[in-house]
Write a protein that binds this ligand. Structure first.
Ligand code: PGA
Length: 274
C-alpha cells in the first residue's frame, strides 16, 4: 500500500503586511483552521522578516508553520543587509523560501545562489521551499522542461539528498505570477510537475519523486483551485494574493482538502470538509 500523502498549502505575503496586519491575519487563520490535523495538511505562511517573531508567537499551538522569504548562505559575516539563518531560527522561522522569481528577476539571484542557500538551509535544519519556473519567452521557445531541469540540477546537484524530507518545490511559471500573470492551464501545470518529479528521481532516486512535494503557484484563486487539485502530479498550492485574506485562503484550503480526498491520496482521510 502506498503511504498516505499530505496536502501542502502555503502563502508568501511578499513586501506587504506590517507586524500588526500579520498578527491579525494569522490569528484569524488559526481560528479558521483549528479543526484540521497536521497529518492531513502542511500549512505555511511566509511573512516579512520584521513580522516573523510576532507571527511565530501567534501561530504557536496551531497547524500553521512560519517561514522566511529569503536567507543568506552564511551564518554570519560582513554581509550588510543580509539575514542569517541563525537569526531566522532565533525568531521562530522553521521554513525558508529560496529562489522566488521576484528574487531571480529583480535582484539577479542565480541558481548558484540558490544552491548555496539550499545547502545552508539543510545544515541549519530548515525546511526549504525551492521556487523554479520558466519565463514567457522560454515557454514560447518550447524550452520549459529544459529550463526546469536545469534549475533543479543546478540548485540541488550538490549536497541536497539528505534534505529530501525537508525539501519542497514550488513550480511557479514566471508568466503566471502577480497581477499581470495568467494562471497556467491545469494540464500544462501537471505536465511540468511530471518533468520536475522525473528530474528529482534522477537526482535522488526513485522514491524522491513521490516524497518531495511539488506545489503549483501563480495566480491561484479559489475558483481555480478545483481544476488544479484534480491533477495527479500537483501536491499542493503556493499562493500569493488570493491567500492574503484569511477567509479567502480558508475557502481554498477547504476545497483543496476535499479534492485531495476525492483523488484518494489519503486512505485514512476522515475529515469532514463542510
Ligand atoms: P500570486 O503570487 O498568487 O499573487 O500570483 C504567487 C507568488 O508570487 O508566489
Amino acid at each position: 500500500m502506498k503511504p498516505s500523502k499530505k496536502l501542502y498549502l502555503g502563502t508568501n505575503t511578499k513586501m506587504y503586511q506590517t507586524i500588526a496586519d500579520t498578527s491579525a491575519y494569522l490569528s484569524r487563520l488559526k481560528e479558521l483552521t483549528c479543526d484540521i490535523s497536521p497529518q492531513l495538511l502542511e500549512l505555511f505562511v511566509l511573512p516579512s522578516f520584521t513580522a516573523l517573531e510576532a507571527a511565530a508567537k501567534v501561530a504557536k499551538n496551531s497547524i500553521i508553520r512560519i517561514g522566511a522569504q529569503n536567507m543568506c548562505w552564511a551564518d554570519e559575516g560582513p554581509f550588510t543587509g543580509e539575514i542569517s539563518p541563525v537569526m531566522l531560527r532565533e525568531v521562530g522561522a522553521e521554513l525558508v523560501m529560496i529562489g522566488h522569481s521576484e528574487r531571480r528577476q529583480l535582484f539577479r539571484e542565480s541558481d548558484e545562489d540558490a544552491a548555496r542557500k539550499i545547502s545552508k538551509a539543510l545544515e541549519q535544519n530548515f525546511t526549504a521551499l525551492l521556487c523554479i519556473g520558466e519565463t514567457r519567452q522560454e515557454k514560447e521557445d518550447g524550452r520549459s522542461d529544459e529550463v526546469l531541469r536545469s534549475q533543479l540540477q543546478r540548485a540541488l546537484g550538490t549536497g541536497a539528498p539528505i534534505l529530501r524530507g525537508r525539501l519542497r518545490i514550488a513550480y511557479e511559471p514566471v508568466w503566471a505570477i502577480g497581477a499581470d500573470g495568467i494562471a497556467a492551464d491545469e494540464h500544462y501545470a501537471n505536465e511540468r510537475h511530471r518533468t520536475i518529479k522525473g528530474t528529482l528521481k534522477e537526482l535522488f532516486g526513485e522514491a524522491a519523486g513521490y516524497e518531495i512535494p511539488v506545489l503549483y503557484g501563480g495566480s491561484v484563486t479559489p475558483e481555480h483551485t478545483d481544476r488544479l487539485m484534480r491533477m495527479p502530479e500537483i501536491d499542493g498550492l503556493f499562493i500569493g494574493r488570493s491567500a492574503w485574506d484569511a477567509e479567502r485562503f480558508n475557502r481554498i484550503i477547504r476545497s483543496a482538502l476535499q479534492l485531495f480526498y476525492e483523488r484518494g491520496e489519503k486512505e485514512d482521510f476522515n475529515y469532514d470538509c463542510r
